[in-house]
Design a protein around this ligand. Structure first.
Ligand code: G4P
Length: 521
């Protein structure tokens, strides 16, 4: 119980450039995992041209070691799950969110809520993942804090409760009042790390002495307003994902980060029960169970070695113990499971709920696979979302058909993109979130599978998973739209709508059919 309760497994998510990498790095500094700033640079790819292969390679290489960052802090064991910086790999991030117990969302104080933040929050809402929001870059001019809070509530559809409050911003930024600990944290620009902490009663004259008359008055008024508008913070509402506590700070200046971390370890949930198709699995159950939420690419093409990342859901994972691979109904033993530190990985003997174990994978795992001590249960994965871009994938080297098919299969198992097979002409369609994924697939097919592919355009708007109680209407629909019907990899029926107009017409004409943009409903 002690091991379970002290674990905090979470992800930091944000729109690119809000400061996720910077914040991660500062957290690792506190955890003693790295000694110097600048050691985590996993997101450089987003700043380079899309077809810079060396960068993609580097990103893949680095992402293995930084996939999970573990450290001890106070009495807690903190596991940060890394998510890719590039938007085109958003699916990866969605899946990582299936393995966390909570999340920290970083928001740029000048830009507010951005597209990617909104999308990631949708996933958190679906799974009722508790979130803490960190408003970053207070050392720059940004939006008014009250406006930001309104924006967060509206755009992210969650109630917020500030636990710290900024005193000015930009050049005039003086620090924050830590509402959670009722303390003034003063900001000294350029003095990385050192922040002056002052215990002041905000109603006493001491406040003026620290921040001056005008700012002291403003702070008091602001805090009164905060207390008036936002109900007192109740940890339970945070744990139930109804309220998101908000902190203000500057990751680059390491300001407000320790406060965030201190509050986070105290209030964030320890490993939560996991839903399986058959039942809910509680972390304190004695028998081991876990699921695969991520598979990394082959790092070295000459030596096919993927790593499957398994989140431990219950019991204790032990090296060399026999575990059941439920989908394949096969017993496996893992002689060299790994754990990850900021820059190295090492073999482990045991792991507890909340931990992530790296398992060597030579093609046996698929995203969502369950491992147990014998029980036939299936953990629920994250549904697939309708891709944004679609292309036909064609064989460009007829001598290598087998290699191509195998490559496509394995890349889809890894969750690189989604595959649909058109039922009318049998052609394969790959769906992605962004252009970069197509380039990665083509590159990897060539380098790892020795196969060549060619992309051909197909004009599609959305993939819709269809469902109906009205069998006759469903059949009639499939008949009418036979050219646009496809199967996903699980054999489910998918309607490929070529425009929004066509989709709306279909929805009007076939009232008893439900059109879903995610594969789970
Ligand atoms: P990301 O992972 O969310 O994409 O963001 P990242 O941490 O890489 O930060 C994006 C940019 O914002 C970086 O600048 C970083 O230095 C800057 N930044 C992060 N936190 C703060 C902050 O609190 N205040 C200010 N003023 N800037 C901040 P860059 O120039 O794009 O990259 P770099 O060359 O400095 O690494």
């Amino acid at each position: 119980m002690n091991e379970i309760e002290r674990r905090r497994t979470f992800a930091i998510i944000s729109h690119p450039d809000a400061g996720k990498t910077t914040l991660t790095e500062k957290l690792l500094l506190f955890g003693g995992q790295i000694q110097v700033a600048g050691a985590v640079k996993n997101n450089k790819i987003k700043k380079t041209a899309t077809s810079d292969w060396m960068e993609i390679e580097k990103q893949r290489g680095i992402s293995v070691t930084t996939s999970v960052m573990e450290f001890d802090y106070k009495d807690y064991k903190v596991n940060i799950l890394d998510t890719p910086g590039h938007q085109d790999f958003a699916e990866d991030t969605f899946r990582t969110l299936t393995a966390v117990d909570s999340a920290i969302i970083v928001v740029d104080s000048a830009k507010g809520v951005e597209a990617q933040t909104r999308k990631l929050m949708t996933v958190c809402r679906m799974r009722k993942t508790p979130v803490i929001i960190f408003i970053n870059k207070m050392d720059r001019e940004g939006k008014d804090p009250f406006d930001l809070l309104d924006e967060l509530e509206q755009e992210l559809q969650i109630k917020v409760r500030p636990l710290s409050w900024p005193i000015n911003q930009g050049q005039r930024f003086k620090g924050v009042y830590n509402i959670y600990e009722q303390r003034l944290d003063l900001f000294t620009p350029d003095k990385q790390k050192v922040t002056e902490k002052v215990e002041v009663d905000i109603h006493s004259d001491a406040l003026e002495a620290h921040v001056g008359q005008a700012d002291a008055d403003k702070l008091r008024t602001d805090l009164e307003l905060v207390d008036g508008v936002y109900p007192e913070f109740d940890v339970q509402t945070y744990l139930e994902a109804e309220v998101a506590p908000v902190f203000f700070g500057s990751a680059l200046n390491n300001f407000g980060v320790k406060e965030l971390l201190d509050c986070f370890v105290q209030i964030a949930p320890s490993p939560r029960p996991t839903l399986a198709e058959e039942r809910t699995v509680r972390p304190e159950e004695p028998k081991f169970s876990g699921f695969i939420f991520k598979i990394t690419a082959n790092i070295d093409p000459n030596h096919r070695s993927c790593i499957a990342f398994c989140k431990v859901c219950s019991g204790k994972f032990v090296r060399n113990a026999p575990y059941l691979h439920v989908r394949q109904n096969k017993t496996l033993r893992f002689s060299s499971p790994t754990q990850f530190m900021a820059q190295k990985k090492s073999t482990i003997d045991e792991a507890w709920p909340g931990d992530i174990v790296g398992l060597p994978d030579n093609g046996i795992f698929k995203i969502g696979d369950t491992l147990t001590e014998g029980e036939m249960i299936h953990f629920r994965g994250l549904p697939s979302f309708s891709p944004e871009m679609f292309k036909y994938i064609e064989n460009a080297d007829p001598m290598k058909t087998k290699q191509l098919n195998k490559g496509i299969e394995q890349l889809m198992d890894e969750g690189v993109a989604q595959l649909f097979v058109n039922q009318f002409n049998g052609r394969k369609i790959i769906g992605t979130v962004g252009q970069l994924q197509f380039e990665v697939i083509q590159y990897r097919l060539e380098n790892e599978y020795n196969a060549k592919c060619r992309w051909e355009p197909v004009s599609l708007y959305k993939a819709c998973w269809i469902e109906s109680d009205d069998e006759a209407q469903l059949e009639a629909f499939k008949k009418r739209k036979y050219q646009f019907m496809a199967k996903d990899r699980e054999g489910r029926d998918v309607f490929l709508a070529d425009s929004n107009y066509v989709l709306q017409m279909a929805q009007n004409d076939f009232e008893h059919i439900k059109f879903h943009f995610t594969s789970e409903f």
